[in-house]
Design a protein around this ligand. Sequence first.
Ligand SMILES: [Zn+2]
Length: 207
Amino acid sequence: MFSLCFKIGLCFSFLLLSGCALLDLNRSGATHFHTVVLDPGHGGYDSGARASSGLPEKMLTLDVAQRTKPLLEAKGYHVVMTRTQDIFIPLGTRTDIANKHLDAIFVSIHFNSSPSHAAHGIETYYYNSGSSRLAAKILHQLLPVYHARERGVKRAVYFVLHHNKRPATLLELGFVSNGNENAMIQKPATRQQLAAHIAQGIADCHE
Ligand SMILES: [Zn+2]
């Protein structure tokens, strides 16, 4: 009986705490969170953008996410990956993973592509107003990585942002269709830098 009461008490406390965490996240624009859901874009039959040479987008996004995870863990965050292998994960499954973690933020990792080979630079996206600060903090950290052109923080109705109940951003970490930018992106050292700056941008949200 004691055990049952204890469990009910625990559950009740958990619900109260979760509710507070949720309110904080929505109200403050992602300043209180413990879990970071990292979402490497594409995977499996969905290769994403084809690079002008080297690895396709789906492999680059997975690599950056895998490099970012231990850096965030070292800063004390609980990190959940939407995929850890080259497999296809439906977009709804990706947002479900974020939505079931009440104390989470969601960071989707992508590389860009354009029919215009001259297009270059970094941009970040958000949908809910409570997510714009997260998108801005990460963009600010990313700009020095390869002296990228700032393409801005943009609002867009991307599925993984629109269907997300948590503060969520989608990062476009440079153009694999641009020869110069792709040459840098294909280097593991650049991807390590991108990972370090993403982790710092996330941590900056706690200021
Ligand atoms: Zn993509």
